[in-house]
Design a protein around this ligand. Structure first.
Ligand SMILES: C[S@@+](CC[C@H](N)C(=O)[O-])C[C@H]1O[C@@H](n2cnc3c(N)ncnc32)[C@H](O)[C@@H]1O
Length: 455
């Protein structure tokens, strides 16, 4: 692999690492590490470790982060993955979540922005640790990647998120001085991806480093105005060069004296078990100029649900439903008042939990509801083990045999929700969205291992 690496890149690394350079080069003879993050919204670390048969070892960055110590084929198709019990995450990318933990602010309600969020590794990792009255706005510029972000947020059941698809400049205009914490996991030249995804090697050039740094500086120039006085800004990349890391931060701090550096950490594959990351935390001064949001204009007019049809549907599905519910157009949402306040002032493509959709004369529950109704007790549930034939059949889109009574059934695997089925005409009709019917796709996609690209 070393012979494929660009000369200019190797020269930069030699200059950066000095005596450590040889050890760094040696790391290219080892395979890339794969990691997973247990979703503590779904289960405890202990329970997952008991259930899963994989050889896992702690990353020692966050308590729920693990390195997969064996080759597990098609892990993205495993029912635990589909049920959002874990997220595939490169081990060093978890250091951003660890940095958030070190700020010691997770014990209070927070407004968080993840400005470059897809496919959702940091948004879901931080989102799962936030209190239920906190909100995370996950923004992604590229629409196709924003869709991937939404499916990960839905799969993991991160209920307090709002997803936007905006330029950073537009985000800053909607949310001046609004957030306690802003994450900028910036697009970069990806030097820390070479071992995991060798195609990135061919996209690298000195010019790419320079243009990435320009984009990073531009993104930070918008990110800074979203931070409240006294709030935090975390900048990260998965590249090694100083231009995009310390260089971008020095340039930012030189022109923004209202921010101070709290910490700056580097992860290299020869010093840590991970592919490589740079993470920097900064704090905006309490005395920084406060730009209160213009009297926020409600772009989206969410209204509290008053009609009984929605609550009747919820009590047909749950024995103890008591969430706040809102309606926007034909869509019914479960959400906290704080989330609705944020979602109403920005054009968004996903908010809270879309629980039901008005169809002509009835409300149809959604897949999202069954993936995200944490804590509520279902009236009807069919739970299977991971190797069950019936489960495999459900996941590939087939109907299930009729059950005793009741219309809506949660289908789960060892308690992890996969979707739902609706009983009518003597059958349990499969309501799994077509794009999630995995075993059918698995046959088509033999070579394309899902979820290997998650960050
Ligand atoms: C490193 S990735 C983010 C990974 C993500 N935080 C995670 O943990 O899964 C950077 C993201 O920035 C987006 N992006 C690219 N150019 C951008 C720009 N000019 N402004 C904002 N975001 C951009 C990319 O589409 C990409 O999804």
């Amino acid at each position: 692999m070393i012979e494929k690496l660009p000369k200019d890149y190797l020269n930069n690394m030699r200059a950066l690492l000095g005596e450590e350079y040889e050890a760094f080069l040696q790391s290219y003879s080892q395979p890339a590490l794969r990691g997973l993050r247990i979703n503590t919204k779904r289960t405890s670390v202990e329970r997952f470790l008991t259930l899963s048969k994989w050889k896992l070892s702690p990353t020692n960055t966050i308590d729920n982060g693990f390195i997969i110590e064996e080759r597990v084929r098609k892990i993205g198709y495993h029912p635990y993955h589909i049920g959002g019990a874990f997220y595939m995450q490169e081990p060093s990318a978890m250091s951003v979540i660890a940095e958030v933990e070190r700020l010691n602010i997770l014990n209070r309600p927070l407004k968080v922005l993840d400005l470059c969020a897809a496919p959702g590794g940091k948004s879901t990792g931080v989102g799962e640790k936030l209190s239920s009255d906190s909100v995370i706005v996950a923004n992604e510029l590229v629409r196709s990647r924003a869709n991937e972000l939404i499916s990960n947020i839905e799969r993991l059941g991160i209920t307090n998120s709002v997803v936007t698809n905006l330029y950073p400049k537009a985000v800053a205009e909607y949310f001046p001085s609004y957030f306690d914490l802003v994450l900028v996991d910036a697009p970069c030249s990806g030097e820390g991806m070479f071992r995991k995804n060798p195609e990135v090697i061919y996209e690298w050039s000195t010019e790419r480093v320079r243009s990435s740094a320009e984009i990073q500086r531009e993104i930070l120039s918008h990110a800074k105005s979203c931070v409240k006085p006294g709030g935090y800004l975390i900048y990260s990349t998965c590249t090694f060069n100083t231009i995009e890391n310390e260089g971008t931060i020095d340039c930012f701090l030189n022109i923004n004296s209202d921010f101070e550096l709290i910490s700056q950490r580097r992860i290299f594959p020869h010093t840590h078990r991970g592919e490589g990351h740079f993470v920097c935390a900064m704090r905006k001064s309490e005395e920084a100029e406060y730009h209160p949001p213009r009297k926020p204009k409600a772009i989206n007019q969410y209204r509290k649900v008053k009609d009984s049809a929605f609550y009747e549907l919820m009590s047909e599905i749950f024995t103890d439903f008591d969430s706040e519910a809102y309606i926007l157009g034909d869509n019914y949402y479960m959400a906290s008042p704080g989330l609705i306040e944020t979602a109403s002032i920005v054009p968004n493509i996903y908010s809270g939990v879309l629980a039901g959709i008005q169809k002509k004369n009835r409300i149809e529950p959604t897949h999202t509801l069954f993936m995200a109704a944490h804590g509520y007790k279902y009236r009807n549930q069919l739970d299977f083990s991971p190797d069950s034939e019936e489960l495999r059949s459900y996941l590939s889109g087939n109907t299930l045999a009729a059950a005793d009574e009741g219309r809506y059934y949660l289908i789960s695997c060892d308690g992890f929700p996969l979707g739902y089925a609706k009983q009518s005409d003597g059958l349990l009709k499969n309501k799994l969205p077509k794009g999630l019917r995995v075993y059918l796709r698995e046959e088509k996609d033999e070579k394309n291992e899902k979820s290997e690209t998650e960050e």
